[in-house]
Design a protein around this ligand. Structure first.
Ligand code: ZN
Length: 167
């Protein structure tokens, strides 16, 4: 969630919630399937790396509504790629019988390395956001609503409506 949220925030803050829902989807889709009576093994069908890549490409290149499908599949892709860093790994596609691993798949869920990678990426994104801010006067994480109002970009009612929105 940290990886999907932070990277999406750099590109498009409004899509962060969608990416967050997507980033947990491979796991919650498993119990959605279970509640409708289709038991799926953990880290199987919903964790095909190829499936999420196809989703990203399809929504990115063919059709999408306000990039919602793209953000959702991008979130899902970050999830399965993060799972691929672990010892168990993930299946690449229905046709692969071996598990797919990234960087040798040495991480164990819940261990320090996992947090190191996730927060490392978050810090990188915050730094990148800072760079964008100095380079283009735009900071994706904390909108400068008061500054926008003072410089006349937005009017008083917009400032009132948005001043407590920090993303
Ligand atoms: Zn998972």
């Amino acid at each position: 969630m940290a990886i999907a949220g932070a990277t999406t925030a750099v590109v498009s803050p409004p899509l962060v919630p969608v990416a967050l829902i997507g980033s947990t989807a491979p796991d919650w889709m498993e119990w959605v399937a279970a509640t409708i009576g289709k038991r799926v093994k953990h880290r199987s069908v919903t964790h095909y790396v190829a499936g999420w890549i196809i989703g990203v490409l399809a929504f990115g290149l063919l059709w999408d509504f306000k990039h919602i499908g793209l953000a959702f599949c991008y979130g899902g892709l970050t999830h399965v790629l993060a799972d691929a860093l672990t010892v168990t790994g993930v299946p690449f596609s229905p046709h692969s019988d071996r598990r797919f691993h990234l960087f040798g798949g040495r991480l164990r869920t819940g261990e320090a390395g996992e947090y190191g990678i996730a927060w490392g990426i978050v810090l990188l994104c915050v730094a990148l956001g800072g760079l964008l801010h100095t380079a283009m006067g735009w900071y994706p994480f904390f909108y400068d609503w008061a500054g926008l109002y003072e410089s006349g970009v937005i009017d008083g009612s917009e400032w009132k409506a948005n001043r407590f929105r920090f993303l």
